[in-house]
Design a protein around this ligand. Structure first.
Ligand SMILES: NC(=O)C1=CN([C@@H]2O[C@H](COP(=O)(O)OP(=O)(O)OC[C@H]3O[C@@H](n4cnc5c(N)ncnc54)[C@H](O)[C@@H]3O)[C@@H](O)[C@H]2O)[C@@H](O)CC1
Ligand SMILES: Nc1ncnc2c1ncn2[C@@H]1O[C@H](COP(=O)(O)OP(=O)(O)O)[C@@H](O)[C@H]1O
Length: 267
């Protein structure tokens, strides 16, 4: 499960276009973290559809990312038509704006990663998960998806991941210590890496962008989920050597270097 090396004549159009749909008012940073991670893991192009209030922050922090201020689902149509992979949910909120964007994504046939509020809205019965989805719940979101408590999820994490995969017909990444990845065909993997210094805001947002970039570069979905979790957890371990206080965005450079070690760009 490696990314293929790149031919010398490779161009960005062959490496996928990740569209991150994220960031309601007061949570603009979540989408930026996800987009930054996708960029740093080699996606050919990255776009961010978010509240117009976040436009200038996004442009100044991530000039490589195409920023699409969207007020309604109609304004999402053009970015959706250009994308090859969607990351939906970081900081998306649960407002009418959030719901309109999620509905538009749910109707798309593109492969997509659903995180955070996309999962909360899914759990509420607002919509169905699309075909070819990867769901990335933490134990709190997993509990909402299964209509149980997070203690019950934690008591048997393998079963919880399997049940979400079955119920929603989607690859499921149950985050937290020793992240579990379950497929709809019964495959189950556990990544016994990571560090409690990763217990902070925004780490999950980064993971969603890493998965998006690997999918965009044509890794099969289950492999993309497993490799992304492993890279993210190992990067966390490396940064944790310096102790607490890792900012989630710090992970991106460490993940980039680990990815190059694992899957060299020139083979
Ligand atoms: N910079 C930003 O704009 C950020 C925005 N964020 C957004 O904030 C919103 C709320 O997300 P939250 O995840 O904070 O809130 P949630 O209410 O979804 O989850 C928090 C609860 O889930 C449970 N939980 C989570 N991880 C657990 C674990 N490892 N073990 C056991 N229980 C666990 C706990 O009960 C915890 O109180 C989302 O839209 C999210 O995307 C976050 O991503 C953080 C960064
Ligand atoms: N104690 C821990 N051990 C290993 N990994 C952790 C630990 N705490 C958090 N993580 C990882 O950090 C990420 C946190 O994601 P999440 O809870 O969705 O955060 P956020 O919504 O703030 O981005 C997950 O990938 C999780 O596996």
């Amino acid at each position: 499960m490696r990314l293929a090396p790149r031919a010398m004549a490779t161009h960005k159009g062959q490496l996928g276009h990740v569209l991150v749909i994220a960031g309601d008012l007061n949570m603009g940073g979540a989408g930026l973290l996800s987009a930054q991670a996708a960029l740093r893991c080699g996606a050919g192009m990255v776009s961010l559809a978010t509240r117009e209030q976040h436009l200038s922050a996004a442009l100044s922090r991530l000039p490589e990312v195409m920023t699409c201020p969207v007020r309604s689902s109609a304004e999402l149509l053009v970015p959706l038509a250009r994308a090859s992979v969607l990351v939906v949910g970081p900081g998306l909120g649960q407002s009418s704006w959030s719901k309109a964007l999620l509905s538009a994504a749910a109707q798309s046939a593109l492969p997509q990663i659903w995180d955070a509020d996309a999962l909360n809205l899914l759990a509420s019965g607002f919509c169905h998960a699309p075909q070819q989805a990867i769901l990335t719940p933490h134990p709190g979101e997993a509990a909402r998806l299964l209509n149980c408590s997070s203690a019950e999820v934690q008591a048997d994490r393998n079963s919880a991941a399997r049940m979400i995969a079955e119920r929603y017909n989607a690859i499921t990444v149950l985050k937290g210590q020793h992240t579990v990845i379950a497929s709809t065909r019964g495959e189950l993997s556990c990544v016994e890496r990571g560090h409690p210094a990763m217990a902070g805001a925004g780490f999950g947002d980064v993971l969603s962008g890493v998965i998006g970039a690997l999918l965009a570069q044509h890794l099969p979905a289950y492999s993309a989920a497993c490799l992304a979790v492993w890279l993210h957890a190992c990067a966390g371990e490396q940064l944790a050597l310096q102790g607490r206080g890792i900012a989630a965005s710090d992970l991106c450079q460490a993940i980039r270097l680990l990815l190059e070690e694992h899957s060299p760009c020139l083979g």
